[in-house]
Design a protein around this ligand. Structure first.
Ligand code: FAD
Length: 408
């Protein structure tokens, strides 16, 4: 049997974009239901970087001090170790921000924090273990969603559906919104290796034909090893021993751990990196944000922060319309895209054109000196400019737009 419910806004997906949208709309007294298909946020190998723009938003809603209590490590710059010496890709330290750094923070902690903050507002509901399977429509207008949970099938009607269900968005497919893809240069293999206390490693090490990242997670290293796009079958065909040897040749101290802890391919997770964008982000009654509107590559660790910026713009643009009791018009929904498209496109262009040379590629020979390394060394302003675009964004979003617009 299908049961029914009603809300003002249904947010599909409890990732960074969806949780922040839910929180910001609920603060305005708008009833929001966030539907998240997983029972918890404990998924490994997701983005873990929080940039100055996100700290700024949390400061604006009075939550930054509590947020900063989540254990994290601060990186004032992204410095890579290369065969030709260290090279700074982005230097956040001189940003005009109270948070001039990037923080590494497990994404599940960030999402738990946003969920707790959301639940302090009566208008906020988070339903976990609720997978959206389709849209409810009245003609061409989206009027809600169908979802299933442990109790069965349900329908939830809403004035507005916000699709924040990530790069494999079911909602954008059900709405018939088509994406334009750019070629991502790499795929990523993620795995964990134990870490001894006090052990230090460069966050990123790059060289001819390889790039490896090691995030310090206290008791373990979360390791990402980049491979050429579509190269996973070749890596597997070469065998686990060859993979262990490749990683150990970069960080010799991992040799024993690779042998003991990487026992089978199930210990290694493939992430198919994708970069795409919707031309149109809305249908009547529906708007897409975050990776559902524009899948981001992990390069620059910017995806979480762009999704949060989309959430801020969405709640600021559409919140007043919803508070007035109206359903946003298609033109109002399109304002979200109009506001967010440029900053997102610029980051994607940087990911596709400027940063691609850092990654191992099947189509060209590896080099010790990719273009971006040469440019950053030659023009010291470039790492600061990149920090600005990546850390704050070309169009930083604020929760309030001025006097009289605040909702505490
Ligand atoms: C390998 C890799 C590493 C990355 N590293 C970083 C990084 O370090 N820093 C960074 O900022 N970005 C990183 N990114 C990008 C980043 O993860 C995304 O850009 C960001 O998470 C997008 O946020 P979102 O809220 O739009 O979507 P997501 O984070 O993808 O969240 C979508 C949510 O929707 C839920 N969902 C999906 N389908 C349904 C459904 N049918 N019903 C209900 N719920 C559903 C999912 O369970 C998920 O919780 C990385 C990406 C990849 C691929």
């Amino acid at each position: 049997m299908v049961s029914g419910g009603q809300t003002e806004v249904c947010v599909v997906g409890g990732g960074p974009g969806g949780m922040m949208t839910g929180l910001l709309l609920a603060r305005q007294g708008i009833s929001v239901v966030v539907l998240e298909k997983h029972q918890d946020f404990l998924r490994d190998f997701r983005g873990d970087t929080v940039h100055p723009s996100t700290f700024q938003v949390l400061e604006e809603i009075g939550l930054v001090d509590d947020f900063l209590r989540i254990p994290h490590t601060k990186a004032p710059a992204i410095t890579m170790e290369t065969a030709t010496g260290p090279f700074t890709l982005t230097d956040f330290s001189r940003l005009p921000s109270r948070y001039p750094y990037m923080a590494f923070m497990p994404q599940w902690d960030v999402l738990d924090f946003l969920a707790t903050a959301g639940r302090s507002h009566p208008a906020f509901t988070l339903v976990q273990g609720a997978e959206v399977t389709g849209l409810l429509k009245n003609g061409a207008t989206v009027t809600g969603v169908r979802y299933r949970d442990a109790e069965g099938e349900h329908e939830l009607t809403a004035k507005l559906v916000v699709a924040a269900d990530g790069r494999n968005s079911v909602v954008r497919a059900a709405a018939g919104l088509r994406s334009v893809a750019s070629r991502a240069p790499m795929d990523a293999l993620w795995f964990r290796l134990s870490r001894a206390e006090g052990e230090k490693l460069p966050t990123v090490r790059a060289g001819k034909g390889f790039l490896i990242g090691c995030i310090d997670r206290g008791e373990y290293w979360q390791v990402v090893y980049m491979i050429p796009k579509g190269g996973y079958d070749r890596v597997r065909a070469a065998g686990l021993d060859a993979f262990r040897a490749a990683v150990s040749s970069i960080h010799g101290m991992f040799a024993d751990r690779m042998a003991k802890e990487i026992q089978e391919w199930d210990d290694v997770k493939l992430l198919d990196v994708r970069i795409d964008r919707l031309r149109r982000w809305h249908r009547p009654g529906l708007v897409c944000i975050g990776d559902a509107a524009h899948a981001m590559s992990p390069a620059g660790g910017v995806g979480i922060n762009l999704a949060v910026q989309d959430a801020v713009a969405t709640s600021r643009i559409l919140g007043p319309v919803l508070r007035s009791g109206r359903t946003p018009t298609p033109a109002e929904l399109d304002q979200v895209r109009a506001r967010r498209e440029l900053p997102m496109r610029v980051v994607q262009l940087i990911q596709v054109h400027l940063l691609s040379g850092l990654y191992p590629s099947a189509s060209r020979k590896g080099t010790d000196k990719p273009l971006v390394v040469r440019l950053c060394r030659r023009f010291p302003v470039l790492p600061r400019l990149l920090a600005h675009i990546i850390g704050l964004g070309l169009r930083p979003e604020h929760v309030h737009t001025g006097k009289g617009a605040s909702h505490s």
